[in-house]
Design a protein around this ligand. Structure first.
Ligand code: MG
Length: 268
């Protein structure tokens, strides 16, 4: 799940402020890893279940059952009043879609965002999946978004800054001709869903908070075929592209380690 961009990060100034950033202990990192495994298992269950004719609510029920089966709690449920366990966003919906009676159809792309809290620590991850056969341009968008996340993760190393992650995501997205959503960003994660630092999906490189071992961050690029501009629907949650163009989103929870980025939410 995204954090709405706040002014603090929008300034793009080099920051020495680390008061809000937590460095996790080894025990805490193990808890983050366990929560990440739950999230990966839920995504696997959703991928297996996904087919045309289901509603987004059906997927929410499957996800909540799987989360609780693993002894975890659906992190998003009740978060600022969010009414469901997962976010399910179709086509021009970017993020934060509320599961409902809307029927999923062949040709749709669906974005599923899952958060699970286990032993007080949180894992957060999202994927974009094709439903049945989808258009070539939709498939290309999904592929490019996934690779842009990989590029961002590669930059999540000690000594780099948050802007290096964003610059890597943005450079790849632009190289493929897509726009990058700027109003919602990745975030630190741990005991809380949205901790510092914010992780924008754009540069400049060399700016933003310093990445240090023991930090846990959710990196989550959102790429659009059309313009980057977003709009929130009347339900106060669902974020859509202002021009109704297709959007794709991927997210992993990543630990910054001395030996490089460690993905905790599995291969999806
Ligand atoms: Mg998130």
């Amino acid at each position: 799940m995204q954090q709405k961009l706040s002014l603090k990060t929008a300034s793009n100034s080099p920051s020495t402020y680390t008061g809000g950033i937590t460095i996790k202990s080894n025990e805490e990192l193990d808890a983050v890893r366990r929560a990440g495994k739950v999230v990966a298992a839920v995504h696997e269950a959703l991928k297996q279940a996904l087919r045309p004719g289901l509603t987004t609510k059906d997927l929410d029920i499957i996800a909540e059952r799987e989360i609780r089966k693993q002894g975890a709690i659906p992190t998003f449920k009740g978060y600022f009043g969010f009414p469901a366990s997962i976010c399910a966003s179709l086509n021009e919906e970017i993020v934060h879609g509320i599961p409902c009676n809307r029927v999923i159809r062949a040709g749709d792309i669906i974005k599923l965002d899952v958060g699970a809290t286990l032993d007080g620590y949180i894992g957060d991850a999202a994927v974009s999946l094709p439903v049945g056969d989808i258009s070539r341009h939709a498939m290309d968008l999904i592929e490019a978004t996934k690779i842009s996340l990989d590029e961002g993760i590669k930059a999540a190393i000690p000594g780099n800054r948050t802007g290096d992650i964003g610059a890597a995501v943005e450079a790849y997205a632009i190289s493929r001709g897509y726009s990058v959503v700027r109003e919602y960003v990745g975030h630190g994660v741990g005991r809380f869903l949205h901790e510092d630092p914010q992780i924008p999906n754009y540069g400049p490189s060399g700016m933003g908070d310093l990445l240090r071992p023991g930090m846990v961050i959710a990196i989550e690029p959102m790429l659009n075929i059309g313009e980057a501009t977003t709009r929130v629907l009347d339900d106060q949650w669902t974020v859509v592209t202002a021009d109704s163009s297709l959007s794709s989103h991927f997210e992993h929870t990543v630990i910054i380690t001395e030996s490089g980025p460690e993905i905790t939410t599995g291969v999806m």
